[in-house]
Design a protein around this ligand. Structure first.
Ligand code: COS
Length: 384
């Protein structure tokens, strides 16, 4: 199904699909095994102008549209959900600047993000502040023309490979969510270093590290939005990013499904291919239907984001919830269809299941997505 994509979007999708098949698929297993960040793919994305998709045209980009980011993320994730993240996490790290940055901040950073010179990351999570994002302990104390940041951010995607981070810190610990502010922190700032690099179950081609701030000096002009607006900046960022995680999840599901479908068409048992057994036919019919349902919701939501529709946290959360649950279900069933081979590392299928799991956890656990959805439903009341 083409979901009424424009000719340009179909061209973009086909290009991303080709890159995924020809350049990402051949290195996916090795990057996964070694936990290697694929700099050569970053270089290729630079050459292909893929990073420009994240950024609006007036700042050196070619799109800035959520739907385009989703299309590319999905296609890349069909080959490797981890490798796709160098782009998707750069989108996440850039959204605070795109959504709430000053004109100067946009002019300074977005062209460099667009041309692929810098990757970015988003620093919200801490060891004791995951779902409870307002519980962050990292502080930012104003001293003249600087803020002094102290604390540690945990599980930061692109941590140590990105050059620029958007970081949420407490400027007034007495004021709860209203006491947080957002900052742009560059690699090389005094007092900023990287901590532990995580050894993960999946998305192992993506780097996940701690960001450590020890009296880190950040210029006042790097504050994004007004002092006290950091939590809102973070929530707005997550709203915009969640369809992208959903697209990653659908891509992972589709990648696993493609392999499973080919497998059952050729694998013979009891003198016939697995595809002739009705139980398995029903299984693949359900898998494909759920993938399409998730994709359709993502496209519809991304179009709403791009049209500037306000108050769509619910729809963005629904995308992420549905797509990641579909990814987990589809990849688990794909492993099942491969039988014993599915459980073996010699086959590419188990990686999809490991990669899928994170999509139910990061950028807000699916339990948090349900909180966001339910709060909105209760606020809105029944449709008239
Ligand atoms: N857009 C704009 N503003 C928002 C918003 C959104 N999507 N969501 C909340 N806000 C505002 C609220 O309106 C409220 O503003 P006021 O102070 O003016 O009333 C403020 O932010 C605080 O909101 P709330 O009371 O809902 O905050 P909670 O502490 O209850 O937290 C959840 C809400 C659970 C939704 C939030 O903590 C969350 O999203 N947690 C998950 C974080 C996450 O995704 N982490 C993943 C790692 S980052 S990749």
């Amino acid at each position: 199904m083409d979901y009424l994509l424009t000719d340009e979007q179909i061209e973009l999708r086909n290009l991303a699909r080709k890159v995924a098949r020809e350049k990402i698929k051949p290195i996916a297993a090795e990057c996964d095994r070694e936990g290697r960040f694929p700099w050569e793919i970053v270089e290729l994305f630079r050459e292909l102008d893929f990073f420009r998709i994240i950024v609006p045209e007036e700042y050196g980009g070619i799109s800035g549209k959520s739907l385009d980011v989703c299309i590319v993320t999905e296609e890349l994730s069909r080959a490797c959900g981890g490798i796709a993240l160098c782009l998707a996490a750069t989108a996440l790290g850039s959204y605070p600047i795109i959504l709430d940055g000053t004109e100067e901040q946009k002019r300074k950073y977005l062209p460099r993000i667009a041309n692929g010179e810098i990757l970015t990351g988003f620093g919200l999570t801490e060891s004791s502040a995951g779902s409870d994002a307002a519980a962050i302990k990292t502080t930012a104390r104003r001293e003249g023309n600087y803020y002094i940041l102290n604390g540690t951010k945990q599980f930061i995607t692109n941590g140590s490979v990105a050059k620029v981070y958007t970081v949420i810190a407490k400027t007034d610990p007495t004021k709860g969510t209203r006491g947080t502010s957002a900052f742009i922190v560059e690699e090389g700032y005094e007092g900023f270093s990287y901590g532990k690099k995580e050894d993960k179950m999946g998305i192992r081609a993506s780097v996940t590290s701690e960001l450590v701030f020890d009296n880190c000096k950040v210029p006042v002009e790097n504050r994004i939005g007004a002092e006290g607006q950091g939590f809102i900046v973070a929530m707005r960022t997550l709203d915009k990013a969640r369809p992208g995680v959903a697209a990653q999840a659908v891509g992972i599901a589709q990648g696993a499904f493609d392999l499973a479908l080919e497998y059952i068409r050729t694998r013979e048992q009891f003198g016939q291919t697995l595809s002739t057994f009705q139980g398995l036919q029903f299984m693949i019919a359900e898998m494909a239907t759920k993938i399409e349902a998730a994709r359709a919701l993502i496209y519809a939501t991304a179009r709403m984001v791009d049209a500037g529709v306000r108050n769509i946290s619910k729809e963005c959360a629904m995308c992420k919830l549905l797509a990641s649950d579909v990814a987990m279900e589809v990849t688990t069933k794909a492993v099942q269809l491969f039988g014993g081979y599915g459980y073996m590392r010699d086959y590419p299928i188990e990686k999809f299941m490991r990669d899928a799991k994170i999509t139910q956890i990061y950028e807000g656990t699916n339990e948090i997505q349900k909180v966001v959805i339910a709060r909105r439903l209760i606020k809105e009341g029944a449709s008239k």
